[in-house]
Design a protein around this ligand. Sequence first.
Ligand SMILES: [Zn+2]
Length: 233
Amino acid sequence: MNRSPVETILFLLMAGIFILTVPAWAQPQQATPLLVVDPGHGGTDGGVKINERYQEKDATLAIASLLQNELARSAAVTVQLTRQADRLMTTSERRKAVRALQPALFISLHVNGGFGKRSSGYEVYFPGFGSKGSGGGGTTEILKDMVRNKYLNESVRLAQSLQRNLEDVFPRKGRGLREAPIPILEGLAMPAVVVEIGFATNPEDRAKIMNDKTQRAIAQALSRAVLEYLNNR
Ligand SMILES: [Zn+2]
């Protein structure tokens, strides 16, 4: 390798041009985790009524959009919503959308409704341990269970992060974490939770759910929880 100085300069220039012209698809990808947020209900399915003019579908979309805006500033995560407008979407359509996007995590937003005025505060649901047991203990079933449990543990961790942060908006009123078989979460191969952002049947919660400022505070709490979860992976 006895290159003259001119040859060396030419070589370096060519190498530089080559590096600069490598197409984007050939460069190592920086995979930013994707969060899919699912604003519950929509269109003719209004969900629970919050007042004469405001329904669950409106609150979930407003908070999901605010959450997307909050996280738009962060390079740690990208956000997509299952619906961006007031339109009807079935559970299977939502599940199909989630499976196609294959996000790193999934949050479905809802508003609770109780029989009395006393129930209040947020609730976070994650898929239950016992929701889909193994069907006989074969190797395939055991492996499936292991994968399920891995996502379950991560779902619990995400739920705990949400709990810690939502306490700021609903002090001393958190109803905490719930394990339950929830159709939209069944069999999703990712950490997935449903957040019930307060009770439409409780006067204080109702005011919070409809108020711009508290909607923003809820979105900020959700955003902090997501970043906290991702930072500790
Ligand atoms: Zn709902």
